[in-house]
Design a protein around this ligand. Structure first.
Ligand code: ADP
Length: 184
């Protein structure tokens, strides 16, 4: 399933984001930028030590990465060229600004992609693993944030792919995308 916004195509696939050949893949990192479990661990394992070295430099210069913001590094041994590291919110029940912070994580990642003249970017489902964000709600926010960004300005982006690891997550994004398509 896909949706076209101006010259960009938003699509969904099930799979492992570390194998994507996009210009950039997005990492659902934590504020420390020092690696972790889930997709973060998989990206550092597949990319090799270069990514952590760059993250350490960023930490030295800027400190921890606040929730909702993003930074970019090279992608080491992976097919992608860059990794955009962003921090999604931890789910605290929904009344702690989670939705705005999640939308911001997507938006700031897209901004960095455009600033670096990238054409393709692949996202995992940010915050819906260890951070506990309900996947149905997260999928709607993620897709809406990407659509709003692409509609709001002319960008270099031609391909935005959500690479979803498991069937349950894929189904949630499929449902959210159908709903979004139907409302247009
Ligand atoms: P967070 O801490 O932001 O919740 P997680 O890494 O725990 O991040 O989970 C985010 C999502 O990434 C989950 O849906 C998880 O299943 C998925 N995931 C884990 N490994 C990969 C991978 N290699 N490629 C794509 N998605 C992955």
């Amino acid at each position: 399933m896909e949706m076209i916004i101006k010259k960009a195509c938003i699509s969904l696939k099930q799979g492992d984001i570390t194998r994507e050949a996009a210009d950039a893949i997005v990492n659902a990192a934590n504020s420390s930028l020092m690696g972790g479990g889930g997709v973060d661990g998989a990206i550092h394992r597949a990319g090799g030590p270069q990514i952590l070295e760059e993250c350490k430099q960023i930490r030295k210069q800027k400190g921890c990465l606040p929730t909702g913001e993003a930074v970019i590094t090279m992608a080491g041994n992976m097919k992608a060229h860059f990794v955009i590291h962003t921090v999604g919110p931890v789910w605290h029940g929904g009344n702690s600004g989670e939705a705005d912070l999640l939308a911001s994580a997507y938006r700031e990642s897209l901004k960095l992609a455009v600033e670096n003249n990238l054409k393709s970017i692949s996202f995992p489902s940010i915050s819906t693993g260890v951070y506990g964000y309900p996947v149905g709600e997260a999928a709607e926010i993620a897709l809406r944030a990407v659509v709003d960004f692409l509609q709001g300005q002319d960008t270099t982006l031609e391909e935005v792919v959500f690479v979803l690891y498991d069937t349950r997550t894929y189904s949630a994004y499929e449902k959210a995308l159908s709903k979004l398509c139907a409302s247009k």
